[in-house]
Design a protein around this ligand. Sequence first.
Ligand code: GLY
Length: 309
Amino acid sequence: MLPVIVAHGGAGYILPDREASAIAGVREAVLHGYSILQRGGTALDAVEETVVLLENNPKFNAGCGSVLNELGEVEMDAIIMDGKTLNSGAVSAIRRIANPIKLSRLVMEKTSHLCLTDQGASRFAKEMGIPEVPEESLITEYSRMRWQKLKESGLDPVETQMGKTGTVGAVAIDSEGNIASATSTGGMLNKMVGRVGDTPCIGCGAYADNQVGAVSPTGHGEAIMKVTLSRLILFHMEQGKSPKEAADAALGYMYERVQGLAGVVVVDKTGDWSARFNSRQMSWAAAKNNQLHYGIYKDQINTEPIPKT
Ligand code: GLY
């Protein structure tokens, strides 16, 4: 039954001309993560490397391709969690690095803290030898165009983006039964400078526990935080629900209480997995038993064999 990996490329409204690239991106990332697991690699390495590919892909709102804040700048959040030890590392409002997920892993492994922010996170990145990249290298024409359009409209960024935000993430269980989760995002388009979303907050933007399972969410960060979505899903799994039932219960509760739109990928300690969302779409892919599954619309699951390499 093991190993298993599931990844997402963001929940929300995906424009028709971006659907194919969103699916291609998550498929490619999950196949890469699965190849790490098949070679005996750890769940932690698999989710980190899967998220690195998604951060490097300009079609997603993380790393290169991140949305811009109210001043037209890139501030990114990321988190990684190890279900064996419950150790976690995160960065928030980090600027000018290519892969925030790698810095999160270093926060987890090289500090006694769980999250570093803004200037402190940049200082730590320098100490760790992570190169600074030009801000322009993280900005795409598409993200600049969306920033300009929303700025000119004068509309409230939160209200106009309900159900339109995107983020990337992955959960995995390796052949030893170790579980991990990782999530990375540029956050919310035209957000206030210094806004921290759900992603770097443990229990909100990720959770992983070998005794239960793991979650990586995407969607409206403030709503996800209000219900601590990732930990809430694990709570439902502890009460005996499957990943699908637990995700649906928690997403339903979040919508009922705070009208939040989001999506999640979930895996449990047996390798059962699910990709669920209450937004219009979410690009996702999963690999298990040499089969690749993927989709973008509700209740759509395409399946094909993974060619042997
Ligand atoms: N879920 C990503 C964010 O709201 O920042």
